[in-house]
Design a protein around this ligand. Structure first.
Ligand SMILES: C=CC1=C(C)c2cc3[nH]c(cc4nc(cc5[nH]c(cc1n2)c(C)c5CCC(=O)O)C(CCC(=O)O)=C4C)c(C)c3C=C
Ligand SMILES: [Fe+2]
Ligand SMILES: [Fe+2]
Length: 337
């Protein structure tokens, strides 16, 4: 019997010309208006995505591969595979490769620490559909993992201390996580109102908003000794999507305005739902929110993404090796997510 670790990630197009096809994977086949495709091409162009293939893979791919490589080195003997839900290497193809390599047991970890049916649930559904006959241990969340929290704190502390020194007083920290549609966090009929046909009704709330705030709160606690007070941090949901219907807040836009109105002159942002750079960090925060903040008269700093953090690798080693029980994997794909 051969065991292997499978890291699951979002996936990103390699060139701008792939955008429409990529978006149709993200939305499960629903075509988005041309203006949306063009706007996203524009955002990806601003973070360096080429029109034609180049040498350097996009940041999300580059860092995901690097994280997998670092984990495999650290595990010393267990193979680590990488698969993406929305672009190559696709989950189904990688699982086929694992099967032909003789893998009979997979420990699957999503590179998204907080569990939502719109992210982790979809990764799991794709994996379970592909991995019939293979024993799968699926780690559904690691939002409170102490080494994950430490990794985020290590990235936040230096930028927060420098920003506070520059402005002569503690600068508020704004933790963020990706927003989800309001119906995602609802139960019963409300959880499918406006959703695409076939979306299963939820009988319990999506754990995602609670888990995201829990990660943020634990990171803030780690900065207590550096001087960040209990009331010195805030939380917002970023990057509300283009799908119909409302998405959960508070938004970063509203929060930045409130911070300005409270008299602050700067803010340090840290996205705690992503473990590497991609468009929602490099465009949404570094370009769009920075511009908005500047217009408000706020200086905006961002904590560096975890990317090649050795502490993140240690967290993944612990999760990959853990004997702790994980969620049952015999759920039928239709019920997952
Ligand atoms: C917890 C929820 C989500 C996480 C985390 C997340 C990460 C993530 N998303 C992109 C890129 C895109 N996501 C898009 C749509 C979209 N994203 C989520 C949720 C999370 N994404 C939802 C619910 C949706 C809507 C899907 C639908 O059916 O319409 C899109 C499409 C454009 C848009 O709506 O904004 C892109 C592009 C990345 C790169 C990423 C982290 C790695
Ligand atoms: Fe998304
Ligand atoms: Fe998004």
């Amino acid at each position: 019997m051969s065991h292997a670790v499978l890291l699951l990630a979002h996936g990103t197009p390699n060139v701008r010309g792939e955008m429409a096809e990529y978006l149709s994977k993200v939305t499960g086949g629903r075509a988005l208006p041309d203006e949306v495709v063009e706007e996203l091409k524009h955002r990806y162009a601003q973070i360096g995505l080429r029109e034609t293939p180049g040498q350097e893979p996009p940041p999300l791919t580059k860092w995901t591969l690097a994280q997998g490589h670092a984990l495999e080195q650290a595990l010393g003997g267990t193979c680590v595979y990488i698969a993406m839900r929305n672009w190559s290497p696709y989950i189904a193809d990688v699982v086929e490769q694992m099967r032909s390599d003789g893998v009979t047991k997979i420990r699957a970890v999503c590179l998204a620490p907080q569990n939502s049916r719109t992210s982790v649930g979809l990764y799991r559904r794709a994996l379970m559909a592909a991995a019939t006959g293979i024993d799968v241990e699926f780690v559904a969340e690691w939002a409170e993992n102490p080494l994950l929290v430490q990794a985020f704190a290590e990235r936040l502390q230096p930028v927060w201390s420098n920003a506070s020194a520059e402005l002569g007083k503690p600068v508020p920290v704004l933790f963020t996580a990706h927003s989800v549609p309001c119906r995602t966090i609802m139960t019963g009929e409300a959880s499918i109102a406006g959703a695409r046909p076939g979306t299963p009704m939820q009988d319990s709330p999506d754990p995602y908003p609670v888990e995201a705030k829990r990660t943020a709160s634990l990171v803030a606690e780690r900065l207590r000794t550096a001087g960040l007070t209990e009331r010195g941090w805030y939380f917002a949901f970023q990057s509300q999507g283009v799908s119909g219907g409302p998405w959960i807040g508070p938004t970063v836009e509203d929060t930045l305005k409130s911070l300005k109105e409270e008299g602050h002159k700067g803010v340090v942002m840290q996205p705690i739902g992503f473990v590497c750079d991609h468009v929602e960090v490099l465009y949404d925060i570094d370009i769009a929110f920075k511009e908005l903040a500047a217009g408000l008269g706020l200086k905006l700093w961002r904590a560096e993404s975890l990317n090649d953090s050795p502490t993140l690798t240690k967290a993944l080693v612990g999760i990959a090796k853990s004997e702790e029980p994980v969620e049952a994997t015999s759920l039928s794909p239709a019920k997952v997510g």
